[in-house]
Write a protein that binds this ligand. Structure first.
Ligand code: ADP
Length: 248
């Protein structure tokens, strides 16, 4: 595996009964890149994410992260190595405030979540660090509001800042723009771009104009198989991709 390869997926398959949802998928994600996984509904994108983070067990194949074979590791062992995902379904704690959700992630990172006493100074530091992740996603006005009060798009923004607060080496983002208004899409896209300077990002995204402007490389899945891979221009001209998207 080359020096600059952050994640390598080798011949990954996942079968549900007789149905192959992911069929011999190989994929290399370069360190520091924003790599998109696209494809029509049911192509196997979310299943791939579930396999990479071991929420599902592959039928066959290997997953190599930063040179280490993580295929047999647990989801928490994988997260501890710095490979963190955000979920398509909101995973923030609804009854906790925006600030508390991000503080919890920060404490989890330092293994400090069970401390029952903190000095005023360490609490202030914790809150300041949390705010540095909350401000860029535009959630400062909702700092002390429970997550349940947020719109769907703002919950996604909170989920994104929680993921960033874990300071992963690599983030898997499953449709981070789903449910967001135009104004928020621009802000979160800029944030993903800024984050990619320090980490690697694999993103499932339906909005092709976002993929075109944000992503360095694109892998297209169709019916569980890799149909094309390359930069946006080359994959968008691929016959199989055009057929899969336009249904012709
Ligand atoms: P995508 O994210 O590209 O829309 P998915 O990975 O969610 O696709 O699903 C790929 C295919 O696998 C779909 O046909 C889906 O119905 C099927 N599938 C996903 N999870 C399961 C499961 N746990 N059991 C059976 N079939 C599943």
């Amino acid at each position: 595996m080359g020096e600059d390869c952050e994640l390598e997926v080798r011949n990954l398959s996942c079968q549900f009964g007789s149905f192959k949802a992911v069929d011999d998928v190989s994929l290399r994600v370069r360190r520091g890149s924003i790599h998109a996984l696209i494809g029509p509904n049911g192509a196997g994108k979310t299943t791939c994410f579930n396999l990479i983070t071991r929420y599902l067990t592959p039928t066959s194949g290997n997953i190599i992260f930063r040179g280490e074979d993580i295929t047999s590791k647990s989801p928490s062992q994988i997260a501890d190595r710095g490979l963190v995902r955000s979920f398509q379904i909101c995973s923030v704690f609804q009854s906790m405030t925006v600030l508390e959700n991000v503080c919890l992630a920060l404490q989890r990172k330092t293994g400090d979540q069970y401390a029952f006493w903190r000095s005023k100074k360490s609490l202030k530091n914790l809150h300041e660090t949390a705010v540095s992740y909350i401000e860029p996603v535009g959630l400062l006005p909702w700092l002390h509001k429970p997550a349940s009060d947020l719109s769907y798009g703002r919950k996604r923004a909170l989920e994104f800042s929680v993921t960033m607060a874990l300071e992963p080496k690599m983030m898997l983002l499953d449709e981070p723009f789903a449910g967001m208004g135009h104004e928020d899409i621009g802000g979160v896209a800029a944030l993903i771009q800024a984050e990619a300077k320090d980490r690697t990002i694999l993103i499932v995204e339906h909005n092709l104009s976002v993929v075109q402007s944000l992503c360095d490389r694109v892998t297209v899945l169709v019916r569980g198989k890799v149909a094309a891979e390359g930069d946006y221009k080359s994959v968008s001209q691929n016959d199989q991709v055009v057929r899969a998207y336009l249904g012709v």
